[in-house]
Design a protein around this ligand. Structure first.
Ligand SMILES: Cc1cc2nc3c(=O)[nH]c(=O)nc-3n(C[C@H](O)[C@H](O)[C@H](O)COP(=O)(O)OP(=O)(O)OC[C@H]3O[C@@H](n4cnc5c(N)ncnc54)[C@H](O)[C@@H]3O)c2cc1C
Length: 549
């Protein structure tokens, strides 16, 4: 969207009738703020949504070295952003500029209003999405600060975690940033303490775990210990679709996600075959929208919540989390997708996050700007990654084991790769060795047809070589095929674990009430659309099962 268009979507002016409609919201109160009074502050949790009836409200960013005004809302404007729906803390501060009169509304009442009034919902949600987009595009907005070396696995882990969770942050590279010594001094830390996380002039954490970081910045929302109708494990496209349909159809729905919502699709820089997006859509945008939608309908999403095992108590499922009490649910949907395979080259584990990457997003692209990079794999995800990286690296060498790029890649994508001048395809080739001292510096490759060896100096190898399902945490009652993918559907009525007189539903596993959807399912189509479709379909079977209980 063009910049001026984005501005007008981000900051619309409500008509008098629409202002009045917000005034009728469940918890709306009319309030007057005097000049200089604060409506809410950066970091506030459960902060209120405000519709301006008269006067002006200044929106300020305190995350940089000096406070900056980002925008001023006038009559008919409204404060807030997607944090109202996700439950995350505010990223900005709002202050009355002169005396002003507002309707003040709680986030819960706002959600209710958005569900009841489609016109207001359109205006407000589009504005929230556009505001985040503007902040992301702005080179002025600092957000959190991550200070750490490009050669540190923990720095990469923290940057990756924040990026996947759509937290805005600025990375200061210990190796290249001229101001780094000054900054370390300012926060009273040494290089040995890094990576560190800071906000404005405050040091928040030294090399935290992902969960500590999520807790400190308020983006993790542990679940209430109630009995859910549906718990979904995994917030990729299948899990998020199930959350949207489950919550919108009145089920008490919760999603448990190990790292961040989006799954594999969240790492795609352009999904071109998803219905309704002729120009393509980034995985990150699709995820952002799905999270908003699920939150709007009342689904609970808990990040940094890895599920470690599953047990049963009569007809209830007990879902065990890493380091937390179990969550109880009547139905469970397993939507844990797949993980990319390791290359199997000696010593590769030393270079994970320091030269070997399993996704190609802006986080990884920053590490290889202007360098020659190697990408292993011949499927569509490899093709998309090669196209994206060709815009950042000086050259992308695409290594495939076979001799035909068109065999596993859609022909439109294979053709595009052939047309990009700084992409070279190396057929019949494998990586034999990786070298480097701490950080990857070169790889040795072998062409099995010609016997030719080639050594390439590179800081990064990207691997997209097929996937393994994430099902090792499941008990034996949940039948899997010989590759570990979950079996579902009617044939399971013969399973020794199936204990119901009826036939299993289409997406039901060998245990009644436990369903599987998306890439983790045996014989599934590995696509965003099919994962979304299966997530939505699973909810229909959940209703059927609940009727039986
Ligand atoms: C780079 C890339 C580009 C792609 N491009 C396209 C494309 O253009 N078009 C297309 O149709 N498909 C594309 N795909 C494939 C598509 O993304 C997948 O088919 C789809 O994401 C599968 O969705 P899913 O929900 O089944 O699983 P996933 O997306 O794999 O999501 C599973 C989620 O479960 C979480 N999880 C796993 N284990 C646990 C646990 N124990 N506890 C809690 N959470 C857990 C994971 O962290 C993850 O978020 C692409 C894939 C990649 C990697």
């Amino acid at each position: 969207m063009a910049e001026h268009n984005l501005q007008s979507v981000a900051f619309p002016t409500l008509a008098d009738a629409q202002i009045a409609e917000f005034g009728r919201c469940a918890s709306a109160v009319s309030k007057i703020y005097r000049n200089g009074e604060t409506l809410f502050e950066v970091g506030d949790r459960n902060f209120k949504f405000h519709v301006i009836r008269s006067g002006e409200v200044d929106i300020l960013d305190y995350s940089g070295d000096v406070p900056k005004s980002l925008t001023v809302h006038l009559k008919g404007g409204f404060t807030g952003d997607i944090s109202h729906l996700t439950g995350n803390p505010s990223v900005v501060t709002a202050v009355a500029k002169g005396d002003c009169e507002v309707y003040e509304i709680s986030s819960d009442a706002l959600k209710q209003a958005l569900n009841q009034c489609p016109t207001l919902s359109d205006i407000v949600l589009q504005a929230f999405i556009a505001r985040r987009q503007l902040l992301r595009q702005s080179s002025d907005f600092t957000g959190l600060r991550v200070i750490g070396s490009r050669y540190s696995q923990d720095t990469f882990r923290l940057r990756d975690f924040l990026a996947k969770n759509h937290v805005m942050f600025t990375w200061t590279d210990l190796e290249t940033d001229p101001d780094v010594d000054k900054m370390l001094k300012q926060f009273n830390v040494t290089e040995a303490d890094t990576p560190v996380i800071a906000c404005s002039s405050m040091l928040l954490l030294r090399n935290p775990s992902n969960r500590e970081l999520a807790d400190r910045i308020g983006i993790r929302h542990p679940l209430d210990r109630e009995v859910y109708d549906l718990v979904v494990v995994g917030a990729g496209p299948a899990g998020l679709a199930a959350a949207v349909y489950g919550a919108s159809e009145g089920l008490r729905t919760a999603v448990l996600e190990r790292t961040a919502p989006g799954g594999q699709a969240g790492t795609s820089m352009r999904i071109e075959n998803y219905l309704g997006f002729p120009a393509g859509v980034t995985g990150s945008e699709l995820t952002d929208r799905a999270i908003l939608q699920a939150n709007k309908f009342g689904a609970r999403i808990a990040i940094s919540s890895a599920v470690t095992s599953l047990a049963f108590d009569n007809s209830y499922c007990l879902v065990q989390l890493d380091g937390e009490d179990p969550v109880t649910t009547k139905c469970l949907l397993v939507a844990t997708g797949v993980d990319y395979r390791r290359l199997g080259v000696e010593g590769e584990q030393h270079f994970e996050g320091r030269g070997i990457y399993y996704a190609a997003t802006p986080t990884e692209a920053q590490m290889c700007r202007g360098a020659e990079v190697v990408l292993v794999g011949g499927g569509n995800s490899a093709g998309q990654a090669a196209v994206f990286l060709s815009g950042h690296a000086s050259k992308v060498l695409v290594v495939i084991r076979g001799n035909d790029l068109y065999k596993n890649m859609s022909s439109y994508l294979a053709r595009r790769l052939e047309q990009i001048p700084n992409i070279e395809v190396l057929p019949n080739t494998t990586i034999e060795r990786m070298n480097g001292n701490g950080q990857l510096s070169s790889v040795e490759m072998l062409n099995h047809k010609t016997g030719q060896e080639r050594t390439v100096r590179t800081p990064a190898v990207f691997t997209f070589i097929g996937a393994v399902p994430r099902t090792d945490w499941l008990p034996a009652e949940i039948e899997r095929d010989n590759k570990g993918f979950i079996r579902t559907g009617q044939t399971l009525s013969q399973s020794p674990h199936w204990n119901s007189p009826r036939q299993p539903f289409l997406l039901e596993t060998s245990r009644p009430g436990v369903f599987a959807a998306g890439d983790v399912r045996s014989d599934s189509v590995k696509r965003v659309a099919s994962a979304v479709g299966e997530g939505a379909m699973a909810v229909k079977f959940v209703h059927e099962y609940l009727k039986e209980m």
